[in-house]
Design a protein. Structure first.
Length: 200
């Protein structure tokens, strides 16, 4: 990292975090263990900690051409991990809020539907359905869950933004259809609630 000297002060100049695959591999090899330890201490689940750190590095690689450093690499990585952890707990709370709201809206569904979603974790249910979608739709779903904009997804996947919009709409249609196909006894209730349940 280079510096400029202005009136006796050092002014840090920005530099790309990842210039090539060698930089990326060095980041992963140097920082994974410490980031894993931090994530595990915060959330107490080893698999989830591994997933958070893996997602962090995937996001860095996807956005590598736009991420600049103004200080130590470790500072940037720990801020990025902190944001991931905050998002993790936010989504955990959202899932609980979903269950609470489902339970409070019995007038639009059967009690058995509430029990179904309580017994079968929402993430597991969506994972089963997503595995049946084409790879490009799975990628779009994952990136949308990581708060990527449609434009960022288009760049990451090498697609036109309008194409991503079309795939996204078709993805949601298919998820709705597969949910109802799996549980036709709840078709009316699912039709009313699926837009709320889908992570957008």
């Amino acid at each position: 990292m280079t510096t400029n000297h202005i009136a006796g002060r050092k002014i840090m100049k920005s530099t790309l975090l990842i210039k090539d695959i060698t930089d990326f591999e060095m980041l992963v090899n140097t920082h994974t263990d410490k980031l894993m330890q931090t994530a595990f201490l915060k959330i107490g689940n080893l698999q989830d900690a591994e997933d958070l750190v893996q997602d962090l590095f995937v996001n860095l690689w996807i956005k590598r051409e736009t991420i600049y450093l103004y200080g130590p690499v470790s500072n940037y990585l720990y801020v990025a991990l902190r944001n991931k952890i905050m998002d993790y707990f936010t989504k955990a709370k959202l899932r609980q809020d979903v269950m609470n709201r489902l339970a409070l809206n019995l007038e639009v569904m059967d009690l058995s539907l509430v029990n179904l979603f309580i017994e079968k974790d929402l993430n597991t249910l969506f994972s089963e359905i997503l595995s049946e979608l084409p790879a490009h739709m799975q990628n779009i779903f994952k990136l949308r869950n990581e708060d990527f904009t449609l434009k960022e997804i288009a760049v990451a996947l090498g697609l036109a933004e309008q194409t991503v919009k079309g795939y996204s709409a078709e993805m949601h249609r298919r998820i709705k259809a597969m949910l109802i196909e799996r549980h036709p006894e709840f078709a009316r209730s699912l039709t009313a609630l699926v837009s709320f349940l889908l992570i957008k």
